[in-house]
Ligand binder design. Sequence first.
Ligand SMILES: NC(=O)c1ccc[n+]([C@@H]2O[C@H](COP(=O)([O-])OP(=O)(O)OC[C@H]3O[C@@H](n4cnc5c(N)ncnc54)[C@H](O)[C@@H]3O)[C@@H](O)[C@H]2O)c1
Length: 258
Amino acid sequence: MTLQLNVSGRRVAITGAGQGVGRGLALAFAAAGAEVLINDLRGERADSVVEEVLAAGGTASALPFDVTDYQAVTDAFATAGTVDVLVNNAGNAGADGFLTGRRFAATEPVDWEPFLRVNLYGVLHCSRAALPAMVDRGWGRIITIVSDAGRTGDPNSAAYATAKAGAAGFTRSIAVEMGRYGITANNIALGTMRTPLTEPLWSQPDAPQAKAILRNYAIRRPGIADDVTHLAVLLASEHGSWITGQTLPVNGGFSFAL
Ligand SMILES: NC(=O)c1ccc[n+]([C@@H]2O[C@H](COP(=O)([O-])OP(=O)(O)OC[C@H]3O[C@@H](n4cnc5c(N)ncnc54)[C@H](O)[C@@H]3O)[C@@H](O)[C@H]2O)c1
């Protein structure tokens, strides 16, 4: 018996894959034999990850669009051809910037909107565009990167946590609707990662904020993309075919799934 953690012959679209976790996912899926379609709002970031994948001997192409723009998403999927696996990774308030860190009672709807548009509507848009062809083929995988913020709550980031919790609930609904068509849908809930998004935390002298965060983690280091990538490939592989509707935490023991 051989453990085959590979996804050869699959086409995998990854949103927000121009840096950070998404870039790691693109490299890992390519290393596992998939053809990767690398989305990012920033076309130049997508191009640069395509170059990296090609240099490593993989197969990739750029698929730049804004996940918040439903028409752009629909057009991109219509021209992309087969997508067997969709990884909804694009997240946060927009192209850049970490959480605003403001008490909910001090915010207005205009402050919530970017979080909801990218983290929630972006997931709905891409899933809506990808699912019909998966149903036709009788096979598909949707993997959505959410956050422990949405599982445990997160002070000063209520709109972000709301969007991530909403995306997780969407995944569970789709899992129930789509299981009969050979389609699974799962969430991976991340704790604090060291990516370009959070780099300002880690690169401060002595990193006091980062150290304070890590005191809440059983394993006292931030996550890196490779902590996530193998689980995502597993979920997309044949070995993941009976795992659906789950939210799997990858979080250094910040919180636990019961
Ligand atoms: N970094 C963390 O600590 C952390 C913690 C929990 C969850 N997450 C989640 O993990 C995912 C990846 O995070 P990261 O740290 O790698 O982020 P990142 O900001 O480093 O990279 C995200 C990429 O997504 C792209 N993007 C942003 N908005 C987009 C849009 N509208 N359309 C297309 N692309 C868009 C950005 O251009 C960027 O290249 C996100 O969903 C994030 O919410 C991150």
